[in-house]
Design a protein around this ligand. Structure first.
Ligand code: GDP
Length: 556
């Protein structure tokens, strides 16, 4: 078989695996038929993700800290970490590995060490939801701020319960009651206001209220009844990964279920490996890691990506196979994602979208509510319409992330898209639609829901050229100077003479010296041949345009 494979250009060794199509081809050469067989747990390959109820044991909660900038997220994470250093570990140097564990009332709690809703939702957008509980930090002197509201919506969209930590209560101008009132206005009603959200007053600086906060987290965790099976091969998620110059690829993995042992073979996303060593956040060597424990692992063949899943495998072969399958899956998914999911397509018959999640941005507060009401009123028996986040100001990166993680769209009213967010939306295929007429926005969504919204295109001016010379056998080549923008092959072209359009066609070919080129920029001369246009004259102006999809009634 190896000879046969090498003959086909596969340089393989005896213990290497090949994909099914190749295996099937090779078998054909020996007149043997093969059929694919799914890997399953009974063969000791990769254990299934579904758990038997009786094998589940309580596991620690995984907590993320959210909140407005400067309200004390980092300080709170530090304060929690410091109050919890046990005697023998006190000398150890804490390292940032992306997560850490502390103890309260003899129970463990895991904190993700990258605070903020951007990181939280970025993980979710990658398909990994590791957080069980979100702690919302609000500074008692500053109150609810725009990113506080954003954080609330991001946690809600992820269906993660909130605990409020009212921070900086040591400050003279601290006003916890005002914070509670503002939160109530934002739909987060705390306990002593008759709601069901726990709130704790803390000072990250003075380290007060920390124990209270930890106990509250345990209380909320208990209600969630978080459980996992420690007696099975591990499954986890990569929180952080990097290449260390001396130690090689390092990944911090949060174990979700099962126990990971030193010596285990693993597939981490598309990367196979064998766990050579594991460390906790204090650099202490560990032999095993149980559910909800964050560990830094050594022994991967390459650097995986944050959000990648780890699967322990019984053999090296199984780990490699699993990693390889994952790599194939990624490339297939990447191709699928490349096709954007626009509002126009979402509710066409072949797409089974059941909810339309909308991130709504407007220039002023007063516009948000009426637009939200009008949009949500469009819901039908088949499709729910939900504004998962609304806020004033331009469309930002974090809006794009939220829409991506929630498979939704963004509707902007009298706002613009920030440059970074525009790039992010393009690469994540998030449909951003801008309007300055409310009726148009509502009407587009209404039509989309019944599969009747058709894509709109607009002509965008691309470039301008002045004809300086005519040549070619039939006078078909216009020797021109590009005076503005760029001229590209296949662009729509209009010829102006004396300020009036005299003819329209397409850019058939572009030449610089002897070469055919795709485009020519302003400041250069070139030869242009237009199709569908006759009788070009010296002094004519050629304006070119391209067609672009327009989402909404304002271009991005
Ligand atoms: P983050 O942006 O939310 O991570 O906020 P930081 O943790 O960086 O804190 C922002 C600022 O607030 C820093 O100058 C902290 O020293 C200060 N700070 C944080 N917590 C407290 C607190 O409990 N009391 C007081 N007075 N200042 C605090």
């Amino acid at each position: 078989m190896i000879k046969e494979l090498i003959g086909r250009g596969f340089m393989v060794t005896i213990n290497q695996s090949v994909d099914f199509a190749t295996a099937s081809d090779v078998a054909g050469a020996f007149n043997v038929q093969v059929s694919p067989k799914a890997m399953d747990a009974s063969e000791g390959v990769i254990a299934a993700e579904i758990e038997e109820e009786e094998n589940l044991r309580p596991r620690p909660p995984v907590v993320t800290i959210l909140g407005h900038v400067d309200h004390g997220k980092t300080s709170l994470l530090d304060a929690i970490r410091q109050t919890n250093v046990t005697e023998q570990e006190a000398g150890g140097i804490t390292q940032h590995i992306g997560a850490y564990q502390v103890e309260a009332n003899n129970q463990k709690i895991t904190f993700l060490d990258t605070p903020g809703h951007e990181a939280f939702t970025a993980m979710r957008a990658r398909g990994a939801q590791v957080t069980d509980i979100a702690v919302l930090v609000v500074a008692a002197d500053d109150g609810v701020q725009p990113q506080t509201l954003e954080a609330i919506d991001h946690a809600k969209a992820a269906n993660v319960p909130l605990i409020v930590a009212i921070n900086k209560v040591d400050k003279a101008d601290a006003n916890p009651d005002r914070v509670k009132q503002q939160l109530a206005e934002a739909g987060v009603v705390v306990n002593d206001w008759g709601g069901d959200v726990e709130a704790v007053e803390v000072s990250a600086r003075r380290k007060t209220g920390i124990q209270d906060l930890l106990e509250t987290i345990l209380l909320v965790a208990e209600i969630k009844d978080l459980r996992a099976n420690p007696n099975r091969p591990a499954i986890g998620t990569v929180i952080e990964a990097q290449l260390d110059k001396t130690r090689g690829p390092l990944a911090t993995v949060l174990i979700e279920t099962g126990t990971l042992n030193v010596g285990d073979f693993v597939a981490v996303g598309a990367v196979p490996g064998k766990v050579r060593a594991m460390f906790n956040e204090r650099g202490k060597r560990l032999k095993k890691a149980e559910p909800a424990m964050p560990v830094e692992i050594l022994g991967l063949s390459d650097v995986p990506q944050a959000g990648d899943r780890l699967h322990a495998a019984p053999t090296e072969q199984a780990a490699k196979m699993f990693a390889q399958q994952h790599a194939q899956q990624i490339s297939q998914e990447a191709q699928a994602v490349a096709r954007p999911m626009t509002l126009e397509e979402m509710f066409k018959t072949d797409n089974q979208v059941k909810d339309l999640n909308i991130v709504l941005k407007a220039d002023v507060q007063g516009s948000l509510e009426p637009i939200q009401v009008s949009l949500e009123r469009l819901a039908t028996d088949e499709v729910k319409v939900k504004v998962i986040h609304q806020g004033t100001g331009n469309v930002t990166d974090s809006d794009v992330l939220l829409a991506q993680a929630s498979h939704g769209i963004i509707v902007g009213f009298n706002v613009r898209v920030e440059p970074g967010a525009k790039r992010a939306a393009e690469s994540a295929s998030v449909d951003v639609r801008l309007y300055n007429i409310i009726y148009d926005a509502v009407e587009d969504v209404r039509k989309a829901l019944i599969g009747m919204l058709e894509p709109k295109f607009a002509e965008v001016h691309e470039g301008r050229a002045e004809v300086r010379q005519i040549f070619g056998h039939n006078g078909e080549v216009a020797g021109s100077m590009i005076v503005d923008g760029r001229i590209t092959r296949n662009a729509i072209a209009r010829v102006l003479r004396g300020g009036k359009v005299v003819s329209e066609g397409r850019v058939e070919s572009l030449r610089r010296f002897k070469d055919d080129v795709r485009e020519v920029l302003a400041g250069y001369e070139c030869g242009i041949v237009l199709s569908g246009v006759a009788n070009l004259q010296v002094g004519d102006v050629i304006d070119t345009f391209r067609k672009e999809r327009v989402a909404g009634d304002v271009p991005l």
